[in-house]
Design a protein around this ligand. Sequence first.
Ligand code: ADP
Ligand code: MG
Length: 545
Amino acid sequence: MKIPQPVSEDRIKGKSAILGNIMAVRVVAETLKTTLGPKGMDKMILTGSKEVAITDRGASILSLIDIRHPAARMLVEAAKAQDTETGDGTTSVVVLAGELLKKAEELLIQGLHPATIVEGYRIALEEVKRYLEEASLPVEDGMLLDLATTMLMGKVGEDEARYLAKIAVDAVRIAGDKDNVKVLHRPGGSVKDTHLVRGMIIDLGKRVHPSMPKRVEGARILLVDTEFAVHDVNNAKVELMDPARMRAFKEYKSKVLRVAVNMIKASGANVVLCQKNIEDLAMFFLAQEGILGVRDVEKDVLELLAKATGGRIVSNVRDIDPGSLGYAALVEEGKIGLEEIMYVTGCRNPKAAAILVRGGSENTALEVSKRLESLISTLERVLRDKRCLPGGGACEVELARRLRTFAPSVKGKPQLAVFAFADALEVIPRYLAANAGIDPLILLPRLRAKHEAGGVSYGLDLRDREVKDVRKTGILESLPAKKHAIISASELAEMILKIDEVLFARGLEKESPAPQPSVQAPSTPPEAMDFPAKGGKIDFKQLMM
Ligand code: ADP
Ligand code: MG
């Protein structure tokens, strides 16, 4: 995608700077708008490694496409922050920021000063924040599952969305914290083969010792984070030349390892999970005692294993005692495709959980796992905050209605910006509808009428393409995510509107010139800015080539 670069010799000033930046943000928003909502389209992105990614997930698209314009990069940063902070609403941030700037551009062309628009947008945002709190619904039983299903709809069918949503809700309830849920994905099977493990999954690769038991019931698990080996002394090379010393060293090593294994056995452990290497000889001794040993367990997985099994990670053989052992009803090896994995299940009161995501292709499995990770982080916040909002555009229509009622009380020109903010919010229901082939010109008046009549939670339910009380039909969204999205979009718009000059740092290599914005740099001071009605139009087709 080509996005315009700053084009002047060393600086771009005034209207050109603002309009150029607005244009760049709008180009990105134009790209993402068709992906919004459950009926959104996908983007096919050819990655550098000649692989193809197909996704409608805003965060994935933005991380894969090459965006160079500084203003557009600011938007990408805002979207990324939205994803990491709340797990949802990335596309909404981008689409809303694009629309706020589109409306701002119209006001600029009418002759409003950027500072006036910023003032109006700030007033509007403060009101919106207040309304959001008022409009929020307490999360009651069952609503969490509806909210999770709403977030997953689109990429997978409704049935699958509900199935996956249940897994995510259970995982968060078990683990309490998103960092305590491990999500793995493996291509193969179908999305409905995805499953939750009340314990942990260890990715074994090809690290299993052939003589180890494959299944241990009533597992008492020792978790070790140091190497299980005896090393040669520093001058090993010299020593090993001497067969007698070599034999002595081997005997010594065997004795030490034997003692260590005996200590492990005495503690009652029948499974040893080690973050580092377990020497082959030690593996052999463990196998002789019927103890299952797994080496090279990833650090984060070992920590999660401690949380799942209630065990304590030990670093020294001397620290092994029955109290440090974790418990799992079953530790069992399994196979997915060509890879071995180990299930640690049936833990007592686990504080961690794992989800193994399956899907027809690598792309599907990966996409679903990313969506689940985002969903889990959203659910964690919703569980803490305990509030949600009606989805399907209901909350945006209600916010717009309330803003329009409030706007006349704002004195002077900023009032126009408050109205513009209200109009911009409705971009969400507009694109939700348009992406599903529904005419927004028919839908919006119907939605507005419902809200005027007091139906605050009337929105578009895209499952049957009807205007409905989405609170009752269970199209719900997270309050923290929606709030964060509206705030970031409006802060970004404000930031862009306040930049009146783009300068290049010394020595900065400029990209090849891109299409010139159709507005010339002004020679007049900002106060006297007069935005031409025609010249400010932006030809997106030209930019998208
Ligand atoms: P984002 O990246 O902003 O979360 P999504 O593509 O996930 O974008 O779309 C989110 C929007 O889709 C929200 O406004 C949500 O209310 C809406 N939505 C999700 N499911 C439905 C549905 N079944 N009917 C109507 N709207 C829905
Ligand atoms: Mg979403």
